[in-house]
Design a protein around this ligand. Structure first.
Ligand code: FES
Length: 103
């Protein structure tokens, strides 16, 4: 993968904010480092609080059986708490909140 000079970018809509999501972090963790708060609870892929729709891009999972049905996967739903971005990704997360960084 010679063209992976930078980590994938994740854009959160409708907020319109983007952040880098390196391979070492889940999308939820990377959002936290970028001062974005996404809905979440269990953080292990079971409660589905974080479920959202991916409108572009590709992810892989840190666990074998994320709590999604085949239909949901087909429709583009992902669980960002256990998902790692493999490409640039666009997510629709109406409840995302941008936090002001502490100075
Ligand atoms: S936070 Fe529970 S499934 Fe993602």
């Amino acid at each position: 993968m010679s063209d992976s000079a930078r980590p994938p970018l994740v854009r959160i809509e409708p907020l319109g904010q983007s952040f880098e999501a390196p391979d070492s972090l889940t999308i939820l963790e990377a959002a936290g480092f970028a001062n974005l708060r996404l809905p979440r609870s269990c953080r292990n892929g079971t409660c589905r609080t974080c479920i959202c729709r991916m409108t572009a891009g590709r992810v892989r999972y840190t666990i074998e059986w994320p709590g999604l049905s085949r239909e949901e996967k087909t429709e583009g739903y992902i669980l960002p708490c256990v998902a790692i971005a493999e490409t640039d990704v666009v997510l629709n997360v109406p409840d995302a909140v941008g936090l002001t960084p502490l100075k």
